[in-house]
Ligand binder design. Structure first.
Ligand SMILES: NC(=O)c1ccc[n+]([C@@H]2O[C@H](COP(=O)([O-])OP(=O)(O)OC[C@H]3O[C@@H](n4cnc5c(N)ncnc54)[C@H](OP(=O)(O)O)[C@@H]3O)[C@@H](O)[C@H]2O)c1
Length: 295
């Protein structure tokens, strides 16, 4: 089965493209803005904003599209609304149209930031109410997928972490390592509660979804609720870095462009029962990352 993965240089897309490529049933095409290399996949660069999406789908003829490409930095979205809308909403709309025309199943990567964070423990049925433009853009994209006739899976995930060479964007783990290993202090919010997601776990769930072309909305994250600050401290301790360089602060002391929802923890019961999803514990995931770091 042929699959096209977009955004395959990002932490999420790279793990997904790699996991799909190592599953014998799949023939993987992976694309990104900048040069990429994924063993077992056919890779190519494309600025999707300027690409002829119909031509791309007609040329590759995938059965499934896993659409990860996005502007996924909430602060970048907040300061450049035109760019975020073009990338996160209009591009998704063009992919939806092509997927309908060519009968391609669409797997869309969405986010816990569609929720306002006022209650936590969000299920797939909870009402979305984003408080920043990034969350708004992802919700708008979800809604246009659901309003179309495309066969689709919407996967909402949260604070994805892992390490990869040459990542396009840092994540909480790489930030902790970069700062603390240079003896630099790093401020971490105590009032942002997440269910952090180990990137390979998310990729395993996507493989499962692709194997069965499962439709619907799924929360796919870790299952431990933790503040970003506590998570950073746990990572620093696990990597034997000086955790005292981490400064626990309130979000309003971080002066970030985009407001952050407080508690966006996700309930993953549906993914566990329907996809057989079993997330790695934070402790075990950090241990695996440590082994990669020091191997
Ligand atoms: N990371 C998280 O914690 C998280 C949480 C919830 C949801 N998600 C969702 O998961 C998806 C992937 O997230 P991520 O963190 O892996 O994102 P990321 O690191 O920012 O990667 C985004 C990818 O999109 C590509 N891209 C950006 N602009 C492009 C363009 N004009 N044309 C073609 N490709 C373009 C980038 O290419 P280059 O790298 O080659 O420039 C990169 O491969 C996103 O949809 C995001 O909303 C992520």
């Amino acid at each position: 089965m042929r699959i096209l993965v977009t955004g395959a240089n990002g932490l999420v897309g790279k793990n997904i493209a790699r996991a799909l490529s190592s599953t014998p049933k799949f023939e993987v095409y992976a694309t990104s803005l900048k040069k990429l290399q994924i063993d077992g996949a056919t890779t190519f660069t494309s600025n999707l904003l300027n690409a002829d999406i119909n031509h791309m789908i007609d040329d590759i003829k995938p059965e499934i599209l896993v659409h990860c490409a996005a502007i996924s930095s909430p602060d970048a979205c907040e300061v450049d609304r035109f760019a975020y809308h073009r990338m996160n909403v209009e591009l998704t709309k063009r992919f939806v149209s092509a997927c309908v025309d060519y009968n391609v199943h669409m797997v869309f990567l969405s986010t816990d930031f569609i929720f306002d964070g006022s209650k936590g423990d969000y299920t797939e049925q909870d009402t979305a109410n984003p408080i920043n433009y990034y969350g708004e853009s992802k919700l708008e994209a979800e809604n246009l997928i659901l309003a179309s006739s495309v066969g689709s899976t919407i996967v909402r995930t949260s604070l994805v972490y892992g390490i990869e060479p040459k990542l396009s964007r840092p994540n909480i783990i790489t930030r902790v390592i970069d700062n603390l290993s240079k003896s630099k202090s790093y401020k971490v919010p105590t009032d942002q509660i997440r269910t952090p997601t180990y990137a390979p776990d998310l990729a395993t769930a996507i493989v499962q979804i692709c194997l069965n072309k499962t439709t619907g909305i799924y929360n796919v994250s870790g299952q431990q609720k933790i503040s970003v600050a506590d998570f950073a401290v746990q990572a620093a301790k696990s990597f034997a870095l000086n955790h005292e360089l981490l400064f626990p602060v309130n979000s309003n002391e971080l002066a970030e462009a985009a407001p952050r929802p407080k508690d966006t923890s996700l309930v993953i019961d549906k993914a566990k029962s329907e996809l057989g999803y079993q997330p790695t514990s934070i402790e075990m995931a950090l241990e695996k990352i440590k082994q990669t770091l020091y191997s």
